[in-house]
Structure formats: C-alpha cells, structure tokens
Ligand binder design. Structure first.
Ligand SMILES: Nc1ncnc2c1ncn2[C@@H]1O[C@H](COP(=O)(O)OP(=O)(O)OP(=O)(O)O)[C@@H](O)[C@H]1O
Ligand SMILES: [Mg+2]
Length: 463
C-alpha cells in the first residue's frame, strides 16, 4: 500500500521515569518503615521500660519502709537503693543514659518532659517523707499524721508515674499514627504510579499489536503486489511472444495472399489475355481471308473481355471489398454473408438494429476483418448449420454479434496462446478501446460479441 507508514511504537521516555519513581517509592517505603520501626523500638521501649522500673522501685521502697516500721528484718539501705534506681531511671528519661545493653534516649516531647520533671520532684518529696518516717519511727506508725502524708504523697506519685506511662503510650501512638499516614501516602502514591505504568504499558501493548497486525497486512499486500508484478511481467513476456507469432503469421498470410493473387492473375488474367491475343491473331488473318466470320469473332472477344473484367473485379474485391468504402460496413457484411452462404452452405441470418451514425474507415475495416475471421472459424471448427449476425450503431457505440449453432468453443481453446485468430480479434477490439467477448456452450454454439465505443475514441496505438 503506497503512501502509508507503519512503525512499531517504542516505550516513551516518561514511562521509564515513572517506573524509576515507583522503584524509588518502594525502596523509600521499605527504608522508611525499617528506620521507623528501629527508631520507635529504640526510643519508646526503653522509656516505657524505665517508667515501669520507676513505679516498681518506688513501690518496693514503699513496701520495705512499711516492713521496717513493722519490725521486719530489712536493711534501710535497700530502701535507698530502690529510690536511687528509681531516681536513675527518671533522670535517664530526661537526659538519656545507658545500662548494660539498654540505651535510654532522652524524651523529645516537651509536655512529657514537664510531667517527668514533676515526677522527679514528687520522687524527692516521697524520698524525704520516707526518710522522716524512718527517722521518727515512734511517731510515724500507721494512722499518724506523717503516715497519712506519706501515703498521700505515694498515691500522688503512683498517679503521676502512671500518667507518664500513659502519656508515653499516647505519644508513641501519635508517632505511630503519623508513621502510618506517611506510610499510607507512600504506598498509595506507589500503587497509583504503578497503575499508571501498567495501564500505559497495557495500552501501548494493544497499540503495538495493532501496529504489528497492520505491518503484517502491509507485508502481505507487498508480497501480493510483488507476486502480481511477477505475474504481470510473465504475462507481458507471453504476450510479446504471442505478438511475435502473430506478426509472423500475418507475414505468412500476406505471403500466401500474394501467392494466391499471383496465381489468380496468372491463371485467369494471363489465360484470358493469351486467349485475347490468339483471337487478335486469328482476326488479323481472317480480315485477309474470311471477312464474313469477323462479326462472330468480335462477339467472342467481347465476351472474353467481359470475363476478364469480372475476374479483375473479383480479385480486387477479395483483396479489399470496394463495397466497404462505397456503401459502408453493413452492406459489406451483407455481401460477405451472401457470398459465404453460397460457398459453404451455412445459412446466414442478418439483423440490423439501430444505424445512427457512421464509422471511421479504419474501424470499418477492423470490424470487417473480425467478421471474416469469425465466419472462417465457424466454417472450420463449428460444424454449424446457421449463423445469426446482428449489427447496431448508435451515438455511443457499435455492436456486432455473431452466433453460430455449432459445437461451441471450448474454454481451453480460448485461453490457448496459440489461438492467433482469436487473439487477432481481441487485439483489434482492444486497439479501438473496445472488447470482444467469446462464449461457447457445448452443442449450442459459439457467440462472438463485439462492442467498440465511439465517443472520443482514439485508437490506443498505431497499427
Ligand atoms: N465458432 C467456433 N466453434 C467452435 N470452436 C471454435 C470456433 N471458433 C474457434 N474455435 C476453436 O478455437 C480455436 C482457436 O481459434 P483461432 O481462430 O484462434 O485459431 P484457428 O482458427 O485454429 O487458426 P487461425 O490462427 O488460422 O485462425 C480453434 O482451433 C477452434 O478449436
Ligand atoms: Mg481462425
């Protein structure tokens, strides 16, 4: 298909960009979630652990103080040790510190730091009241004023320590929520971009397969075209060969015609003229010897001259029927049909349709030659008893149809490149931009239908 371009679509550059973006987002999401998990684990787990430790140690210290006051064998130092540990954890929550494997990072939330600072104050207050109780054991027994203060502060401390733990959990949850939002945004963006990439690639694949199909079609068309060209070239070669044969045949026909004319002239005109010459010699001697027989001889000579004239006419007519030039094609056809019927015994039925307009001389000759060849074929091959001839001219075209009731031409005979008579018919029709359709029905006969356009008809080439 000339003039059409086909290209297999390539993946556009921005698809690669999007694919890289999706890759980056996936990697970022992974790094982000890993880092966040590590960070939250490192930050919150030790802090929560520390807040639990604070509560535990202070409760232990409270318990030991009670036991000592009840007279149980507990060392006071155990109380201070517990306070010291609680103290250490509270300080570590504020400023950060390390114990064994565990690293406590300082708190970031300002609000929490204030609460923890309060807790630290409460711890030293409770420590102070514990020391006072132990010092004044006699007046600090259960139900005393010191004992009540001691318990009140302890309850407040526990409340504050729980508040620290609760707030820590709250901050952690908040942090986690933020992490989840960011994580969600990253995942959604990644999925969205991946979807765009997938959809575009899918569409592109569709277009590519369409393009591929069209390319295949174009390729097939091209192959067909090439095959057609090869066939056309072969046809051209064949037709050239046929034309060569045709020319040779025409040449030999011309030669045969010349021989025939020479024979006719020799046999008929030569004999007649020799006869005339002999008659003239006799006339010469009769003028001297027998003048009475002169009249008879002159009559004989006139008859001889008449016969010669007829022979000359017949030979000339066979060469080119004069009637064609004088009266036109239809009369020439009528004359030829009559002559043909006389010679072959095949009945000719003529029918003339519209006769509006005249034909160029050369076209008349061509049609007449076609007509003659068709009649010759009927006589030679058809075994027919009748030929129907119809002829019609109007402003647009001339039509000549010759139908015989013979055996019917066989298809393979029509296609035979050696059928030069039929080829001549076709060539002549083509030359005048017309066409000749030859059809045969077995045992029903053959029809040769000619139609030549007359409007603006210039012959295709010079013959
Ligand atoms: N009217 C017809 N009826 C039956 N067969 C026919 C008729 N006209 C032609 N044919 C067949 O078609 C063949 C081709 O005809 P064509 O006129 O081309 O060649 P030809 O008559 O054999 O030889 P020439 O080249 O001398 O005309 C004939 O040999 C004959 O078999
Ligand atoms: Mg023939």
């Amino acid at each position: 298909m000339p003039g059409k371009n086909y290209s297999i679509l390539s993946i556009p550059w921005w698809i690669y960009l999007l694919m890289s973006a999706v890759g980056c987002i996936i990697i970022t999401t992974l790094i982000f979630s890993h880092n966040n998990a590590v960070r939250m684990n490192a930050l919150y787990a030790p802090l929560i652990n520390a807040s639990v430790e604070v509560e535990l140690n202070v409760t232990m210290a409270h318990l030991i103080v009670e036991e000592i006051l009840n007279g149980d064998h507990f060392e006071e130092s155990q109380v201070w040790d517990n306070y010291a540990r609680a103290n250490w954890y509270v300080e570590a929550m504020l400023n950060g510190n390390q114990k064994g494997e565990e690293t406590i990072l300082p708190m970031e939330s300002e609000r929490l730091r204030l609460i923890v600072k309060d807790l630290l104050k409460r711890l030293s207050e409770f420590q102070e009241i514990s020391r006072e109780r132990l010092r004044k054991r006699a007046i600090s027994g259960p139900g005393t004023e010191i004992d009540q203060r001691y318990n009140r502060i302890f309850v407040i401390f526990l409340k504050e320590a729980k508040a620290v733990k609760k707030n820590l959990q709250h901050v952690m949850t908040e942090d986690m929520r933020q992490f989840r939002v960011t994580y969600f945004i990253l995942i959604v963006t990644g999925v969205f971009l991946a979807l765009i990439v997938a959809m575009t690639l899918y569409r592109l694949e569709g277009l590519r397969s369409k393009d591929f199909k069209r390319l295949q079609e174009a390729n097939e068309n091209l192959e067909n075209e090439i095959e057609e060209r090869i066939r056309a070239e072969q046809k051209l070669r064949d037709s050239r060969e046929t034309l060569r044969d045709l020319t040779n045949q025409l040449q030999s026909i011309r030669e045969e015609e010349k021989t025939r004319i020479a024979r006719e002239v020799h046999d008929e005109l030569g004999q007649m003229l020799t006869g005339l010459k002999m008659e003239l010699s006799c006339l010469e001697s009769d003028i001297k010897n027998d003048p009475d027989s002169l009249h008879e001889r002159l009559e004989g000579m006139k008859r001889m001259v008449d016969t010669t004239i007829n022979s000359v006419r017949r030979i000339a007519t066979e060469l080119r029927p004069q009637i064609l030039d004088v009266c036109g094609l239809w009369e020439a056809i009528e004359w030829q049909a009559k002559d043909y019927q006389k010679r072959t015994g095949i009945e000719c039925v003529l029918q003339q349709g519209k006769a509006e307009g005249s034909l160029p001389k050369k076209l008349s000759t061509a049609l007449f030659r076609i007509f003659q060849e068709t009649l010759t074929n009927v006589a030679r091959h058809a075994k027919a008893t009748r030929v129907n001839i119809s002829f019609e001219i109007d402003a647009k075209q001339v039509q000549l149809k010759i139908h015989d009731n013979g055996v019917g031409i066989r298809e393979e005979r029509k296609l035979n490149p050696e059928s030069l008579g039929l080829l001549g018919i076709q060539e002549r029709a083509n030359y005048w931009n017309g066409h000749a359709v030859i059809t045969g029905v077995p045992n029903k006969g053959t029809t040769v239908a000619l139609s030549i356009p007359l409007e603006q008809n210039e012959p295709t080439e010079q013959h």
